[in-house]
Design a protein around this ligand. Structure first.
Ligand code: M6R
Length: 378
């Protein structure tokens, strides 16, 4: 059974902003509901059940997975790679769709491609999918738009149930793509017996409850607005994180640059000392996500290097790691959830930060310059 998904049609575009100033803010706030819809029916007693989708045979004997997408969809794939490799022990390669076709991949027969695209019409992503299909590779699409080209050409589809996403800056589609990545990782881990069943049940239940954690993170909106009003005039920023936080840092930077036009560079925290730290000068804001207890010590020592050079550190950190984050200038706390699942919550303050930076600068936040919702040219 394939459940109905959403089509971005002119009729749905005029749905309205429901009292919000912009679609982007409305869509950020819609995330708890979008997540509930996307997960609906797929988790039973904590365990993932995707049997309705008839996708299990796609994974039979798979020894390697390629995940491909552009922009925000690619960033969701970065999280997916970590979750699948950690839990299901399947090697995952991830690539940006526009680069994928220039590789000469020695394709094997036991490989699967997961294509992620909100619109299902992105030309680069479509080209990458067609390239893989030429070699007989099985393709699973994760998309938000029913009957889109990618949905039609893939072997199987899982629809995100984000609802129509009008703002060019993708927000709720990303959290729904993450939800699908976790469903796939949990499902594969269970089928292959690569992770303890009880722990998988716990994580499945935690995933179902992530809507509440997003709501808690949304409660930080007034604090984030004030922070944005303090820093909106800056021209350069950095976004850092380790492990799962590194993937979210990339999404945070993309949100900021496309809506506020502020230069935002994302790096894995450990990479900073290999060059970019030369750019840290007095007053440069460094946004960081600190949610991984096992990595916090190393990250804090890197942050001290930034502080010593006059950088301003704004940290999105889980409640349990607040003490460790005292070196930071601004702290945006989020609930302490299972470290594997934190990206779904961590991204919310970063989306709000980008939104308030952009509106404080007077930008057209829903339709930033030079961008379109679906990029249908290569
Ligand atoms: O529709 P798609 O998910 O294939 O789009 C991919 C990117 O063009 C898209 O995520 C873009 O980066 C967004 N504007 C990011 O907010």
């Amino acid at each position: 059974m394939v459940r109905e998904a959403f089509e971005l049609s002119p009729a749905s575009v005029v749905e309205g902003k429901d009292g919000y100033d912009h679609f982007m803010l409305k869509e950020i706030h819609e995330q708890p509901e979008a997540l509930r819809r996307t997960l609906n029916g797929y988790i039973k007693d904590g365990l993932v059940d995707l049997s309705d989708l008839e996708i299990n045979e796609l994974f039979d004997g798979i020894k390697k997975i390629y995940i491909v997408g552009c922009g925000t969809a690619y960033h969701a794939g970065l999280v997916g790679r970590r979750a699948i490799e950690k839990l299901a022990k399947i090697p995952v390669e991830i690539d940006i769709a526009s680069e994928f076709c220039y590789r000469d991949i020695p394709w094997g027969t036991d490989e699967l491609m997961i294509i992620i695209s909100q619109s299902g019409e992105t030309a680069d992503t479509l080209a990458a999918m067609r390239e893989a299909k030429k070699f007989g590779t099985r393709v699973l699409a994760v998309t938000n738009v029913v009957d889109s080209t990618i949905a039609r050409e893939a072997d199987k589809v899982i629809y995100t149930q984000a609802g129509p996403e009008v703002s060019i800056a993708s927000t709720k589609a990303y959290t729904c793509q993450l939800a699908i990545m976790y469903l796939l990782a949990f499902n594969l881990a269970h089928q292959r017996g690569t992770w303890d069943e009880q722990e998988l049940r716990q994580m499945g239940n935690d995933l179902v409850n992530m809507d509440l954690n997003i709501e808690t993170a949304l409660g930080q909106e007034p604090r984030i607005k004030k922070i944005a009003q303090r820093y909106y005039q800056v021209e350069n920023t950095f976004f850092l994180g380790r492990g799962f936080d590194a993937a979210v840092a990339m999404e945070g930077a993309l949100k900021l640059k496309e809506t506020s036009y502020i230069h935002a560079e994302a790096y894995p925290t450990g990479e900073l000392k290999h060059g970019p730290i030369a750019l840290i000068t007095e007053g440069v804001p460094v946004l960081t996500a600190i949610t991984q207890e096992s990595l916090v010590e190393r990250s804090i020592s890197n942050l001290k290097e930034i502080k010593a050079r006059g950088g301003v550190i704004i940290a999105v950190c889980t409640e349990n790691l607040k003490e460790e984050c005292q070196v930071c200038d601004e702290i945006i706390p989020i609930p302490a959830v299972n470290p594997i699942l934190t990206p779904i919550v961590t991204v919310v303050p970063l989306q709000l930060f980008a939104y308030y930076m952009a509106v404080t600068r007077g930008n057209n936040v829903d339709q930033p310059r030079n961008l379109t919702k679906a990029v249908t040219v290569e």
